[in-house]
Write a protein that binds this ligand. Structure first.
Ligand code: NAD
Length: 344
């Protein structure tokens, strides 16, 4: 078992391992879980004896206001008091949603994150962001509300489809580019049950913890975590959300790598091309720069930092800066060529 610590003021442990012992509840527990991990939820319920157990369908369709309201009303009907704790067991959609319900019920009760996907373990459950989507856009409502602990139970991953397992590790790869951690740039042999998995996840979480500790509310360094995400959001939108997030980010990372190279940085394209193949990413939607520029401009406007880009000059040298249109177009053209010649 690996134990990492988030430093004050939002101090809490992040535990990664198999057969994790749940902590002593500090008050009545509301267990909110993803139906996909029901056996694990039942096991946890035996140990924690929750006051209330709520089962959800995991996935983006549940991460919305109506389901959030259902959770709050269930909490209220059960008369959960101020010292109650929400235990959120599931992928990133469930930890975001239940974490947000915890952030706002009675103006905030404690919560524990039990992430059950690779993405939730290395990204969504770490860093204290919670929230839901609106029909107008993803993650438009939420709160910063760090959990009391993160419990990454590796046994959960045994049931995760291989495609979802690999896709989630795209974010860990991204953390490797940000921190210059070469081990994170080589996930190729990882699978549930492999001994290398725990240290790999721990390295990825360590990067995220470091960034978040230095910039909790995303006023500067935390923006680096958006590496590859600007084009990714445009690709997801252009594909009508047929392209999975992890695959879109992998294509976005290729664009970022080409942009870094265009601006005089090291060539980081080789490991990213391998990542695309390893995750079995499909080819991205077709279209020229003009087709994506509208999406990109809208996405950028929604983010603090305006028209700044996250550019990797080398692994471990990632900068947030404005980029001239000519460089963006040149990188995009190179990216488009890769996409046209891509066979998976
Ligand atoms: N809060 C943050 O900082 C942050 C960061 C990154 C991503 N996110 C959010 O995370 C969400 C994506 O999370 P995700 O990729 O975990 O998706 P998800 O929660 O939709 O889970 C993916 C699918 O796997 C199923 N599942 C979950 N655990 C399983 C298991 N162990 N075995 C079998 N099936 C399982 C789910 O039911 C779902 O169908 C997005 O909504 C994104 O916005 C949040």
């Amino acid at each position: 078992m690996t134990r990492l610590e988030v430093a004050p003021p939002h101090d809490h442990p992040v535990l990664i391992g198999r057969g994790l012992e749940p902590p002593q509840p500090q008050g009545p527990v509301a267990l909110v879980y993803d139906a996909a991990v029901e056996p694990l939820a039942l096991k946890l319920a035996k140990q924690a004896r929750p006051e209330l157990t709520l089962r959800l369908e995991g996935g983006e369709a549940s991460k919305r206001l109506a389901v959030y309201e259902d959770l709050l009303r269930e909490f209220a009907r059960a008369r959960l008091p101020r010292d109650a704790e929400v235990w959120a067991l599931g992928g990133g959609t469930v930890t975001d949603l239940a974490g947000f319900a915890a952030a706002s019920y009675l103006r905030g009760v404690a919560w524990l994150a039990w992430p059950t996907t690779t993405l939730a373990m290395v990204d969504a459950a770490v860093g204290g962001k919670t929230g839901v989507n609106l029909p107008e856009g993803k993650n438009l409502v939420g709160a910063f509300h760090p959990p009391r602990g993160v419990y990454a139970e590796l046994a959960a991953l045994d049931t995760l489809p291989e495609a979802t397992f690999r896709e989630g590790l795209v974010e860990a790869f991204k953390h490797g580019l940000i921190a210059g951690d070469a081990a994170l740039l080589a996930p190729w042999d990882l699978a549930p049950g492999r001994p290398e998995l725990e240290p790999y996840l721990a390295r990825a979480v360590t990067v995220k913890i470091g960034v978040v500790e230095r910039d909790f509310k995303e006023s500067g360094e935390r923006m680096k975590l958006n590496l590859g995400h600007t084009l990714a959001h445009a690709l997801e939108a252009a594909s009508g959300h047929a392209l999975a997030h992890g695959h879109a980010v992998a294509w976005g990372l290729l664009f970022a790598a080409l942009l870094g190279r265009e601006l005089g940085g090291e060539d980081l394209t080789q490991p990213v091309l391998r990542l695309l193949a390893w995750t079995r990413a499909p080819a991205p939607p077709t279209g020229g720069w003009a087709d994506f520029a509208g999406y990109v401009a809208r996405d950028k406007k929604n983010r603090s930092g305006g028209l700044r880009w996250v550019v990797p000059y080398a692994a471990g040298d990632v900068r947030v800066e404005p980029v001239a249109e000519a460089a963006l177009r040149a990188a995009f053209n190179a990216w488009r060529e890769h996409a046209a010649g891509y066979s998976g």
